[in-house]
Design a binder for this molecule. Structure first.
Ligand code: AMP
Ligand code: MG
Length: 421
């Protein structure tokens, strides 16, 4: 049976790019912010720019183990040599001032003594009887890290919307920043729907399957650091779906469901949602994942993902992931896509934009290429587990020969080798 689409939705088969733009255009960062100690902030998104309160480097210091001297003494340094006046270690400055014809033994990271402006590497000098002679020319200012060379006080080093990885954390720490203000992680209510779904730990009845999407979605959400509210399995019954939405909207920023958004007799999720809220679209011209409902219910966003596990994973990856990142306040960046040659011929039916599971690997010549990860049915989990990328194949493409250049999006989780492959 085909039921008509809800009246408030966009036309069928919205183009992928248009759908993604609609999602990202509709969402804005959550207004909740937290101030965290820097050591708690890995993976979080800055809600305010990080502005340098000091120069980096703070002092002129040596980039090498060697000898610090004044460039004006270079001729003496080559001819008679310079008199060794003391030592500067990292954290233990040379406290005097260099006189003419003098140098100081200096180690990496030590502040340059007053009167010195150049460092000769220790490999480029000889030392005899307290005199240090240059063995080769050293340009003025060599091997000195200048104050503010990396960052100047007052400079914005990380704009709001930056996600904090280890290098960003280290940059903040080098500027003495102890706390950062970050966006809240979205609270996501999750349910799966289908009368065939069985919780793990129970025997499977005839025609039943395990509710793998619950684990898939939980894992995908955990990986993004979302707060997950798991509402369990919801029966193919409008009253049950209504109850699930009523529970889901309690305090959730986003509701994610799987299953029941297609046009089958038992697909109630989209229609029931439309009783409460507005569906922005529900069909996208992509494979897998054509039925994907996106809507809004008050302050809560709704993603009704298709039930086939690979469709669930791909639509989550392409739509829910960027949406959650946006809600957390991350500045939107387009997915990083690479162009790689096919290592083997590839099958593709013309008609829809196709996200095929692939494996990026070196070919026989040692150069990087990409091949199919195996069978591409939207129920085939093993090829999803084997994949480390998605091949993004345009709608009009048909079968492709080995060597054809295709667009590839790396997946953020590791592909596991298949037995026998
Ligand atoms: P649906 O989108 O409800 O029409 O489901 C499409 C296909 O996905 C059917 O074969 C379902 O049995 C399967 N499916 C739906 N939900 C899940 C789930 N939570 N875990 C695993 N497979 C599912
Ligand atoms: Mg179903």
């Amino acid at each position: 049976m085909h039921r008509p689409a809800p009246p408030d939705c966009t036309p069928e088969n919205l183009a992928f790019d248009a759908a993604l733009a609609q999602v990202l255009g509709a969402l804005s960062p959550l207004p909740r912010h937290h101030t965290l100690a820097l050591e708690q902030a890995l993976g979080r998104v800055l809600a305010q720019p990080l502005v340098a309160g000091m120069d980096l480097q703070p002092w002129p210091n040596s980039a090498m183990d060697g000898y610090a001297f004044a460039a004006a003494d270079a001729d003496t340094a080559h001819a008679a040599g310079l008199q060794l006046a003391g030592t500067a270690l990292a954290g233990h400055p040379f406290t005097g001032t260099l006189g003419r014809g003098q140098c100081v033994r200096i180690l990496t990271g030590a502040i340059l003594p007053a009167g010195a402006d150049t460092v000769a590497m220790q490999e480029h000098v000889t030392v005899h009887d307290g005199r240090v002679r240059l063995q080769r020319p050293v340009p003025p200012g060599a091997n000195v890290r200048a104050p503010g060379e990396d960052v100047r006080a007052g400079q914005t080093v990380l704009p709001a919307g930056s996600r904090l990885g280890p290098p960003q954390i280290a940059l903040a720490a080098s500027l003495g920043v102890r706390t950062v203000t970050v966006g809240a992680r979205p609270r996501v209510a999750l349910f799966t729907s289908g009368d065939e779904l069985t919780p793990l730990g129970e025997p499977l009845g005839a025609g039943a399957i395990y509710d793998s999407n619950r684990y898939l979605l939980r894992a995908l959400l955990q990986e993004l650091g979302a707060e997950v509210v798991d509402l369990g399995i919801v029966a193919d019954d409008p009253a049950a779906v209504r109850a699930a939405f009523a529970a889901a909207r309690e305090g959730a920023d986003v509701v994610v469901s799987s299953g029941g958004v297609s046009v089958g007799d038992a697909d109630y999720v989209r229609d029931v949602f439309a009783e409460f809220g507005a569906i922005h679209f529900w069909r996208i011209a992509m494979k897998p994942g054509r039925p994907l409902a996106f809507g809004r219910l008050g302050d809560t966003w709704f993603f009704g993902l298709p039930g086939n596990p690979v469709s669930t994973a791909v639509t989550f990856h392409e739509f829910v992931r960027p949406a959650l990142r946006r809600l957390e306040g991350e500045a939107p960046t387009p997915a990083l896509r690479l162009e790689l040659p096919l290592l083997e011929p590839l099958r593709k039916a013309p008609g829809r934009l196709d996200f095929q599971r692939g494996i990026v690997a070196p070919g026989a010549d040692g150069r990087l290429g990409v091949r199919s990860a195996g069978a591409q049915g939207s129920h085939v989990m093993s090829s999803l587990a084997a994949a480390n990328c998605l091949l993004v194949l345009p709608a009009d493409a048909g079968d492709l020969p080995a060597g054809a250049v295709v667009t590839v999006e790396l997946l953020p989780w590791p592909g596991t080798p298949r037995a026998g492959a």
